[in-house]
Design a protein around this ligand. Structure first.
Ligand code: ADP
Ligand code: MG
Length: 327
């Protein structure tokens, strides 16, 4: 008897529609032409979308679980960067083949994070072609309490959460670009399973008005804050937070371009007027997060990095850019 080929609709029914609906604000989920949603009274919707393309956003040998996890994590990070509460996800997926064990693992990775953050999958699209995943995520904010890019002011201090450069070093490891026996477990995990700083973003929106998530690299992303706010920034390399694993790997010869321009950090970079600086320690403890002051906003133009001797360091590449393809 011929084996019936798995159709687009079989995949939808089995892997997406079976996603249990856990949110009462989803009036109609997967299965009709659109989902019907009930936004909360008095809130605004924060919406974002990110695409992951095989070979561009992740090495082709990345596991299906990690791709599923990361496709939601990068979108959660965008909501975190606005101080938003995540709610509803749409998944547009293009698959080279109807590989069910791949899809099963992909959805397992996606669901782990969706459950952790209370995100409901409400719809999407399933097509065939080169592997590519687009997630659109919607969350809720109060417009008077959001982190934006255009609200930094000269005199503000610049902070980052967590540590920088781990994922970029992990990527070099995965791509076989490092001559080392060190498996760099922490850095590779930071590459494949970034932890979106959702709780931190929501807390921060009470004391800061300005923030971004670091996806393309610190200098590039802080550059977006500086441009949007019409000011400049000084960054001190010696103040940048580094993980023990990265520090041990580099010893005294840190490749600063990996730290400031490597990207995929998914940490939050935000600015604080000095009168709010005291609150940051309390918040760091509450969210169990390392928070580091790395520089200050000044008037002028551009991002200026200084080494421990006070000399300005100019980096050739400042972050990932799809069409000029620099990294
Ligand atoms: P239409 O042709 O009307 O756009 P589809 O046949 O593409 O509808 O999809 C049927 C239902 O399955 C829709 O509710 C759609 O949102 C959902 N869906 C399709 N692909 C996915 C996916 N990858 N993830 C979640 N839901 C999906
Ligand atoms: Mg469709």
């Amino acid at each position: 008897m011929p084996v019936r080929a798995v159709s687009e609709f079989d995949l939808i029914n089995h892997y997406f529609k079976s996603f249990a609906c856990k949110r009462t604000d989803v009036l109609l989920g997967i299965g009709d032409d659109c989902a019907l949603l009930q936004p909360p009274a008095g809130k605004q919707l924060a919406m974002t979308a990110d695409t992951l393309v095989a070979g561009v956003h992740f090495p082709v040998n990345t596991s299906a679980f990690d791709i599923g996890y990361k496709s939601l994590a990068v979108n959660l990070s965008d909501l975190a960067a606005m101080g938003a509460e995540p709610a509803w996800a749409i998944l547009a997926i293009t698959l080279p083949a109807a590989d069910e064990s791949w899809l099963q693992e992909f959805m397992r990775g996606f669901s782990v994070l969706a459950d952790e953050y209370g995100v409901q999958l409400i719809g999407g699209d399933t097509t065939s072609g080169p592997l590519s995943i687009t997630v659109q995520l919607t969350g809720f904010v109060t417009s008077s309490q959001v982190l934006r890019r255009d609200t930094a002011k000269p005199g503000d201090k610049i902070y980052v959460s967590g540590t920088l450069g781990d994922a970029a070093l992990g990527l070099k490891k995965v791509l076989g670009q490092l001559v080392t026996k060190n498996s760099l477990v922490h850095c590779v995990s930071r590459l494949n399973r970034p932890v979106p700083r959702v709780a931190l973003g929501r807390e921060l929106s009470a004391i800061s008005q300005c923030g971004i998530d670091i996806s393309d690299g610190l200098v590039a992303d802080l550059g977006h804050i500086a441009n949007a706010s019409g000011c400049a920034a000084n960054i001190y390399l010696s103040k940048l937070p580094l993980s023990d694993e990265l520090r041990n790997f580099y010893g005294n010869d840190v490749d600063w371009s990996v730290i400031v321009a490597g990207g995929d950090d998914y940490e939050l970079c935000f600015t604080l007027p000095s009168e709010n600086e005291l609150s940051i320690k309390v918040m760091a403890d509450k969210c169990c997060m390392q928070m580091s002051c790395i520089g200050e906003i000044i008037s002028g133009h551009g991002i200026h990095c200084f080494d421990a001797a006070g000399m300005e360091v100019v980096f050739e590449n400042t972050g990932y850019n799809h069409f000029s393809n620099i990294k």
